[in-house]
Structures are given as structure tokens and as C-alpha cells.
Design a protein around this ligand. Structure first.
Ligand SMILES: [Zn+2]
Length: 350
């Protein structure tokens, strides 16, 4: 048995008092009406599934608030964007709000855009394929090269360098303000695009009033000369405080039906998380629920929720803040439960 560097962190992570499942979906934003239909379909599906307290199944929507305005960009040579609160996207915004009002969606901040505008402008200038893609489907920003989807780097040239703290601070304030004007409340949970962020970003998020940071269990801070993620610089666990006010959560179960992730395998991971006394956050993306993938993805979510409820008695559906509220912060509890101690020492073996 090997003891990885993060063993102590994993052991010390707070214990969850009841099993919790959260479906986390990213990349929703300004888009054609088909996306509103997908959201209504998800809302109806989620509200058909209830936990023992009557709470509907929860899917978080990580929202990207704007997309490039390509005609303007090519016309002027300056960056310009279309935002979610423009009338042409009203159907999508309404679908998000309706699901949130019914308790099925929890709206989270993904970012003002799924890129840093200066990086996008540099790439538009030198990459005709990116230019063509964005002219055709400007909303489809999750199709951009992976490195370009990182928001919190200066990637005009690779390897990336950090952005100035003041630039980050201003950008975070702008995205929080736009979020509030779209949804009538400021965001509380943030999912940094491609999970690349640094200390300045954490401070800016905390100063802007965000309280929860969704992580994949580690932090990446930049991209190398080939655009690949730099090695992680930190391990993240559930319930740790960052920049004083920001509590971390770990999302590390992947459930993308369009990529072949089966509901049965995801349910096993949810069970494993509960044995470790950790919340189960499943990562998924909007692309599963659109176009040709749509029907099988809806069926997969249906099956996942039914099986998870059947196999995990007492399973709760809750938004992230509520899940964090169910974390028991006294690690000494572990000493009274040797079997749990053992499971946390070998988290992938159970
Ligand atoms: Zn994303």
C-alpha cells in the first residue's frame, strides 16, 4: 500500500453526515432555443425524482455569461461580446430561472466567458479554423482549443503567464455584476473554467462575495508551451477554507453519457463516496443534452437517479451549499470509526 502526499488531507477532510448527490453541469449560456428546450427537459426529469425529504434532484448549471460577437470583432478588430441578458437569449435564461425556482437547478458562476478575451483575440488573429468555428457557432465555446478555454491565464503566447491581480479583480467584479443582473441574486458558487486558477483569482472571488469553489480535487495554475495543463500545485479536499471565505468542494466523478459513461458505473462511484463520507458531485456538460446525444443522455440521467435512490437509502438531493452544511468538521470522529479510517487510507480500493 502506498501513502500518497495527500493522505493526511484526505484523512482530515470533514465527514458527511448523510449521503448527497449533486449533478454538476457546465457551459450553459447564450445559445439558440434548442438549449432552452434541453433545459426544460432536464427540469422536468429532475423534478420527477425526489429524495426522502421531497427535494427534487439537483443539477447545477455552471453558466458562461457571454459569447464572442464575431461580426463586431471582425469589423472593428476589437473584442466584443453578446451577453445572456440580451433579448435573443431570453428563452434560455427563462428556462434556467424556472428550473431554479423549482429547486431542480442551482445556478453557478462559470465565468463571464469560457476564455480570457485577449487570448481569444490573439488566437482569432492567427487561427483561421477558430475564426471559422466561431463565425458559424459563436455560442459553442466549449469547442475551442482546450488551453484557450482557460479563463484565468495570459495565454497570448504559450506557455501561459499569470494575469495581473488587478485585471482579475476587475473581471471577477464584472462577471458577478452581470450574473446578478441576469438572475436577480449574486452567485455563491463558482467553477473556474478548465479548473485553472491561482491565488489572485481566489482572493478576487472571495472579495466579490462568492462562498464556494468547486474543484476537481486539485488546482492547476497554467498551461505549458503545448497548451497542456501544468502539473497541479495543490491538492483540494471538501470543506477547506481558501482566501478566508471560499469553501472548497471536490467534484471528481465523471458522467458524460455521450462519452460512454454508464449510469451503473456512476452509481458505484456515488456509493464509494458515501462509504468515504464524502458528497458525490458528478461532472457533466451541456453537450450531452443537445443534438443527436440528447435522448440517450436523458435516459442515462433517468436511470442514474432511479438506481442511486434504490441503492443508497436516505440519499439526499441538495445544492452545493447545503451539502457543505452537512459536513461534520470534527476529524476526531475518524478515530472512533476505524473502518472509515481504513477506507480513507485506500480510497480507490473500496
Ligand atoms: Zn466549462
Amino acid at each position: 500500500m502506498s501513502f500518497p502526499m495527500n493522505t493526511f488531507s484526505t484523512l482530515a477532510a470533514p465527514l458527511l453526515e448523510q449521503p448527497v448527490l449533486i449533478l454538476e453541469s457546465d457551459d450553459w449560456g447564450p445559445a439558440p432555443e434548442e438549449h432552452a428546450e434541453a433545459l426544460h427537459g432536464l427540469r422536468k426529469l429532475l423534478t420527477r425524482h425526489r429524495d426522502p425529504t421531497g427535494h427534487p434532484a439537483v443539477m447545477t448549471l455552471g453558466v458562461v455569461l457571454s459569447i464572442p460577437h464575431m461580426e463586431k470583432i471582425l469589423d472593428t478588430g476589437e473584442y466584443a461580446a453578446r451577453t445572456l441578458n440580451e433579448p435573443q437569449f431570453a428563452a434560455v435564461l427563462e428556462a434556467m430561472k424556472k428550473g431554479a425556482a423549482e429547486g431542480a437547478f442551482h445556478i453557478q458562476l462559470h465565468g463571464m466567458a469560457h476564455y480570457w478575451p485577449d487570448n481569444l483575440m490573439a488566437e482569432i488573429g492567427r487561427n483561421p479554423e477558430v475564426r471559422r468555428q466561431l463565425l458559424e457557432e459563436p455560442w459553442h465555446t466549449e469547442r475551442l482549443p482546450s488551453w484557450l478555454q482557460s479563463r484565468w491565464i495570459d495565454g497570448r503566447r504559450l506557455p501561459s503567464t499569470p494575469l495581473e491581480a488587478t485585471q482579475i479583480q476587475q473581471a471577477v467584479q464584472e462577471e458577478v455584476a452581470l450574473f446578478e443582473s441576469c438572475f436577480g441574486r449574486p452567485p455563491s458558487v463558482v467553477v473556474p473554467p478548465t479548473f485553472v486558477w491561482d491565488d489572485s483569482v481566489e482572493r478576487a472571488y472571495a472579495e466579490a462575495g462568492l462562498t464556494m469553489l468547486v474543484t476537481p480535487g486539485r488546482r492547476f495554475t497554467g498551461r505549458d508551451e503545448g497548451g497542456r495543463l501544468l502539473p497541479e500545485d495543490r491538492i483540494e479536499i471538501n470543506g477547506r477554507r481558501r482566501a478566508e471565505k471560499l469553501t472548497t468542494l471536490v467534484r471528481d466523478i465523471y458522467f458524460e453519457p455521450a462519452l460512454g459513461h454508464a449510469p451503473a458505473a456512476a452509481v458505484k462511484q456515488i456509493q464509494r463516496k458515501w462509504r468515504l463520507r464524502e458528497p458525490a458531485l458528478l461532472e457533466t456538460h451541456r453537450f450531452n443534452f443537445l443534438g443527436e446525444n440528447k435522448e440517450s443522455a436523458f435516459a442515462a440521467v433517468e436511470q442514474l437517479l432511479s438506481e442511486a435512490k434504490r441503492k443508497i437509502p436516505g440519499l439526499l438531493f441538495r445544492p452545493p451549499q447545503d451539502a457543505a452544511g452537512l459536513l461534520q468538521r470534527n476529524p476526531l470522529v475518524l478515530l472512533h470509526t476505524p473502518s472509515l479510517l481504513w477506507r480513507r487510507l485506500r480510497p480507490h480500493a473500496i
